[in-house]
Design a protein around this ligand. Structure first.
Ligand SMILES: [Zn+2]
Length: 249
């Protein structure tokens, strides 16, 4: 990226009711697309000084706007009532480390979990991945809901858009909730493509030159700005799309 993101990069804060409705709609989509199962997964977005997050133990397709929990970004304290998702510290750590991020989505996508559990990498095999996921990292297994996981994810999110948690799931961030959601969808789509490819033969990965060429297309730059809901950093600033295996392979 050309410059370190700052809070000035965050999009205008939507009003909290509209944001709550949007979170509920995206939560239902996460279930509909098989990105979570049962009461797994959680998501959040920020409005001003508040993080709005799914409640602990909730099935994401049963959320109501009023069930979302408000957490203060500065203190981490609940503002109002409810118990936030057990991964609330991970969400908060992402916002504190990436001032340009306004939404965090955490899923348990089955194909991705299966693929990364083997140590396999998920790499750019189609244009959307190259554009929307310039940097994806993998973390070795860390006990869920712990501060250790929150800090490890935040350290990667400083310079990445998605973190794959081995034997656990995926965390994506976005300048908008829509962008974070699309990134979650794309990671799982890529894992499915990889499985399909390996069933038939050896997948061909896009080369760094092809990735740079895709990102240079004017049509892709328009699309990425549209997904982010306004003026985001140019995709020309994006880094090469590659997933590092945990052991560096
Ligand atoms: Zn989880």
């Amino acid at each position: 990226m050309s410059a370190r993101p700052s809070s000035a990069d965050r999009q205008e804060s939507p009003d909290i009711e509209r944001l709550a409705a949007e979170l509920v709609a995206v939560a239902k989509k996460l279930v509909a697309r098989d990105l979570v199962a049962g009461p797994g997964g959680n998501l959040s977005a920020i409005a001003g000084s508040l993080m709005l997050i799914s409640p602990s133990g909730a099935a994401l397709d049963e959320l109501a706007p009023e069930s979302l929990v408000r957490v203060r970004l500065d203190s981490g304290r609940v503002d109002g009532r409810g118990r936030p998702s057990s991964e609330w510290a991970m969400h908060l750590a992402c916002y504190r480390t990436r001032p340009d991020v306004t939404a965090v989505v955490h899923t348990h996508p089955p194909v991705t979990i299966g693929v990364i559990s083997t140590g396999s990498r998920i790499e750019a095999m189609f244009p959307d991945f190259a554009v929307l996921l310039p940097e994806v990292r993998v973390l070795e297994y860390i006990l869920p809901t712990t501060d250790a996981l929150a800090q490890a994810v935040a350290a990667e999110i400083r310079t990445a858009e998605a973190v794959l948690l081995r034997n656990h799931g995926v965390v994506t961030v976005g300048r908008t909730l829509r962008e974070a959601f699309y990134r979650s969808e794309l990671v799982e789509a890529s894992a499915r493509i990889l499985v399909a490819a390996r069933t038939v033969g050896t997948p061909r990965i896009l080369t760094p030159a092809e990735i740079a060429e895709i990102r240079g297309l004017e049509s892709e730059q328009y699309r990425i700005r549209h997904v982010a809901g306004g003026d985001g950093p140019s995709v020309a600033d994006a880094r090469p799309g590659r997933v590092e295996a945990p052991d560096g392979r």
